[in-house]
Design a protein around this ligand. Sequence first.
Ligand SMILES: [Zn+2]
Length: 189
Amino acid sequence: MIIQHCNLCGHLTEQMIPEGDDKPRDVCTHCGHIQYQNPKIVNACIVEHEGKILLGKRTIEPRSGCWNVPAGFMENGESTRNGAIREVKEEVLADLKNVTLFGVYNIIQRNQVHVYFRGELAHPHFGAGAETSDAKLFAPEDIPWDELAFPVGITALKRYIQEMKTGNFTVQEEDIVIDYEQLKKMNLV
Ligand SMILES: [Zn+2]
Protein backbone atom coordinates (compact mmCIF):
# COMPACT_ATOMS: atom_id res chain seq x y z
CA MET A 1 0.00 0.00 0.00
CA ILE A 2 1.34 3.42 -0.91
CA ILE A 3 0.38 6.37 1.24
CA GLN A 4 0.23 9.51 -0.84
CA HIS A 5 -0.18 12.23 1.74
CA CYS A 6 1.58 13.09 4.99
CA ASN A 7 -0.48 12.50 8.15
CA LEU A 8 0.94 15.65 9.69
CA CYS A 9 0.97 18.29 6.97
CA GLY A 10 -0.97 16.74 4.07
CA HIS A 11 1.78 17.10 1.48
CA LEU A 12 2.81 14.25 -0.78
CA THR A 13 5.07 11.52 0.51
CA GLU A 14 7.58 9.54 -1.45
CA GLN A 15 9.21 6.20 -0.83
CA MET A 16 12.83 6.41 0.26
CA ILE A 17 15.22 4.78 2.67
CA PRO A 18 15.80 7.29 5.48
CA GLU A 19 19.33 7.78 6.75
CA GLY A 20 20.22 5.10 9.26
CA ASP A 21 17.36 2.84 8.09
CA ASP A 22 17.48 -0.12 5.74
CA LYS A 23 13.89 -0.23 4.44
CA PRO A 24 11.93 2.06 2.12
CA ARG A 25 9.52 4.29 4.05
CA ASP A 26 6.91 6.85 3.10
CA VAL A 27 8.64 10.16 3.77
CA CYS A 28 6.92 13.54 3.53
CA THR A 29 8.45 15.70 0.80
CA HIS A 30 7.52 18.84 2.75
CA CYS A 31 8.11 18.28 6.49
CA GLY A 32 10.24 15.12 6.39
CA HIS A 33 7.86 13.13 8.62
CA ILE A 34 8.40 9.37 8.22
CA GLN A 35 5.17 7.39 8.09
CA TYR A 36 6.01 3.94 9.42
CA GLN A 37 3.62 1.15 8.56
CA ASN A 38 3.40 -1.63 11.13
CA PRO A 39 1.30 -4.76 11.55
CA LYS A 40 -2.24 -4.50 12.86
CA ILE A 41 -3.34 -6.50 15.88
CA VAL A 42 -6.55 -8.51 15.90
CA ASN A 43 -7.87 -9.84 19.21
CA ALA A 44 -10.11 -12.88 19.39
CA CYS A 45 -11.59 -15.17 22.03
CA ILE A 46 -12.69 -18.78 21.78
CA VAL A 47 -15.67 -18.93 24.13
CA GLU A 48 -16.65 -22.23 25.74
CA HIS A 49 -19.80 -23.08 27.66
CA GLU A 50 -20.47 -26.58 28.97
CA GLY A 51 -18.28 -28.20 26.32
CA LYS A 52 -19.66 -26.14 23.44
CA ILE A 53 -18.10 -23.29 21.46
CA LEU A 54 -19.84 -19.96 20.90
CA LEU A 55 -19.63 -18.66 17.33
CA GLY A 56 -21.16 -15.62 15.67
CA LYS A 57 -22.48 -15.40 12.12
CA ARG A 58 -21.00 -12.45 10.26
CA THR A 59 -23.13 -9.88 8.47
CA ILE A 60 -20.22 -7.92 6.99
CA GLU A 61 -17.73 -8.63 4.27
CA PRO A 62 -15.39 -10.33 3.96
CA ARG A 63 -17.09 -13.66 4.51
CA SER A 64 -20.55 -12.34 5.30
CA GLY A 65 -22.85 -15.23 6.29
CA CYS A 66 -20.00 -17.32 7.69
CA TRP A 67 -19.44 -18.32 11.30
CA ASN A 68 -16.52 -16.90 13.18
CA VAL A 69 -14.78 -16.81 16.51
CA PRO A 70 -15.50 -13.32 17.92
CA ALA A 71 -12.59 -11.16 16.78
CA GLY A 72 -11.70 -7.67 15.73
CA PHE A 73 -9.03 -5.01 15.46
CA MET A 74 -7.50 -3.74 18.67
CA GLU A 75 -8.32 -0.16 19.63
CA ASN A 76 -5.85 2.38 20.94
CA GLY A 77 -5.92 2.54 24.72
CA GLU A 78 -6.87 -1.07 25.42
CA SER A 79 -5.02 -4.28 26.20
CA THR A 80 -5.16 -7.35 23.96
CA ARG A 81 -7.22 -9.11 26.64
CA ASN A 82 -9.70 -6.26 26.98
CA GLY A 83 -9.90 -6.02 23.20
CA ALA A 84 -10.91 -9.68 23.02
CA ILE A 85 -13.43 -9.26 25.86
CA ARG A 86 -14.88 -6.19 24.12
CA GLU A 87 -15.25 -8.01 20.78
CA VAL A 88 -17.11 -10.86 22.49
CA LYS A 89 -19.43 -8.38 24.18
CA GLU A 90 -20.04 -6.48 20.93
CA GLU A 91 -20.49 -9.41 18.55
CA VAL A 92 -22.19 -12.09 20.64
CA LEU A 93 -23.39 -10.05 23.67
CA ALA A 94 -21.63 -12.31 26.15
CA ASP A 95 -19.69 -11.73 29.37
CA LEU A 96 -16.63 -13.84 30.07
CA LYS A 97 -14.78 -15.39 32.96
CA ASN A 98 -11.44 -17.22 33.14
CA VAL A 99 -9.97 -15.45 30.10
CA THR A 100 -6.51 -16.84 29.31
CA LEU A 101 -4.04 -16.44 26.46
CA PHE A 102 -4.35 -19.24 23.90
CA GLY A 103 -2.29 -18.41 20.82
CA VAL A 104 -0.48 -15.82 18.77
CA TYR A 105 -0.91 -16.18 15.00
CA ASN A 106 1.24 -14.20 12.58
CA ILE A 107 -0.31 -13.58 9.18
CA ILE A 108 2.81 -12.15 7.62
CA GLN A 109 1.35 -11.77 4.12
CA ARG A 110 -1.40 -9.55 5.56
CA ASN A 111 0.76 -7.70 8.10
CA GLN A 112 -1.49 -8.86 10.93
CA VAL A 113 -0.96 -10.46 14.31
CA HIS A 114 -3.96 -12.28 15.77
CA VAL A 115 -3.94 -12.74 19.53
CA TYR A 116 -6.33 -15.50 20.60
CA PHE A 117 -7.65 -15.88 24.12
CA ARG A 118 -9.93 -18.56 25.50
CA GLY A 119 -12.64 -17.99 28.06
CA GLU A 120 -15.91 -19.24 29.46
CA LEU A 121 -19.34 -17.66 29.59
CA ALA A 122 -19.78 -15.88 32.92
CA HIS A 123 -23.52 -16.62 32.64
CA PRO A 124 -25.44 -18.44 29.91
CA HIS A 125 -26.64 -15.32 28.12
CA PHE A 126 -25.60 -14.35 24.61
CA GLY A 127 -27.11 -13.22 21.34
CA ALA A 128 -26.45 -11.61 17.99
CA GLY A 129 -24.74 -8.25 18.44
CA ALA A 130 -22.98 -5.83 16.12
CA GLU A 131 -22.18 -7.15 12.64
CA THR A 132 -23.69 -10.51 13.62
CA SER A 133 -26.97 -12.12 12.56
CA ASP A 134 -26.87 -15.17 14.81
CA ALA A 135 -24.93 -16.51 17.78
CA LYS A 136 -24.90 -20.17 18.62
CA LEU A 137 -23.17 -22.77 20.79
CA PHE A 138 -21.72 -25.65 18.78
CA ALA A 139 -20.66 -29.02 20.10
CA PRO A 140 -17.18 -29.81 18.71
CA GLU A 141 -18.59 -32.41 16.32
CA ASP A 142 -21.14 -29.92 14.97
CA ILE A 143 -18.79 -27.08 14.09
CA PRO A 144 -19.49 -26.11 10.46
CA TRP A 145 -15.87 -26.10 9.29
CA ASP A 146 -16.78 -25.31 5.68
CA GLU A 147 -18.75 -22.27 6.81
CA LEU A 148 -16.06 -20.79 9.03
CA ALA A 149 -14.89 -17.37 7.93
CA PHE A 150 -11.10 -17.36 8.18
CA PRO A 151 -8.15 -19.79 8.10
CA VAL A 152 -6.73 -18.35 11.34
CA GLY A 153 -9.97 -19.09 13.19
CA ILE A 154 -10.03 -22.62 11.79
CA THR A 155 -6.41 -23.21 12.89
CA ALA A 156 -7.07 -21.93 16.40
CA LEU A 157 -10.36 -23.80 16.82
CA LYS A 158 -8.91 -27.09 15.61
CA ARG A 159 -6.19 -26.95 18.24
CA TYR A 160 -8.66 -25.82 20.88
CA ILE A 161 -10.92 -28.80 20.23
CA GLN A 162 -7.96 -31.15 20.27
CA GLU A 163 -6.81 -29.76 23.61
CA MET A 164 -10.36 -29.79 25.04
CA LYS A 165 -10.24 -33.58 24.97
CA THR A 166 -7.54 -33.68 27.63
CA GLY A 167 -8.11 -30.30 29.24
CA ASN A 168 -4.41 -29.57 28.83
CA PHE A 169 -4.47 -26.24 27.06
CA THR A 170 -1.24 -24.81 25.72
CA VAL A 171 -0.21 -21.42 24.36
CA GLN A 172 1.27 -21.61 20.87
CA GLU A 173 2.75 -19.21 18.39
CA GLU A 174 2.18 -20.06 14.73
CA ASP A 175 2.51 -18.50 11.32
CA ILE A 176 -0.60 -18.72 9.15
CA VAL A 177 0.52 -19.03 5.54
CA ILE A 178 -2.07 -17.70 3.14
CA ASP A 179 -2.89 -19.91 0.21
CA TYR A 180 -4.15 -17.40 -2.35
CA GLU A 181 -5.78 -20.08 -4.51
CA GLN A 182 -7.78 -21.15 -1.47
CA LEU A 183 -8.67 -17.54 -0.67
CA LYS A 184 -9.94 -16.99 -4.20
CA LYS A 185 -12.32 -19.89 -3.70
CA MET A 186 -13.44 -18.25 -0.44
CA ASN A 187 -13.82 -14.84 -2.18
CA LEU A 188 -11.27 -13.32 0.21
CA VAL A 189 -9.10 -11.74 -2.48
ZN1 LIG B 1 4.54 16.38 6.16
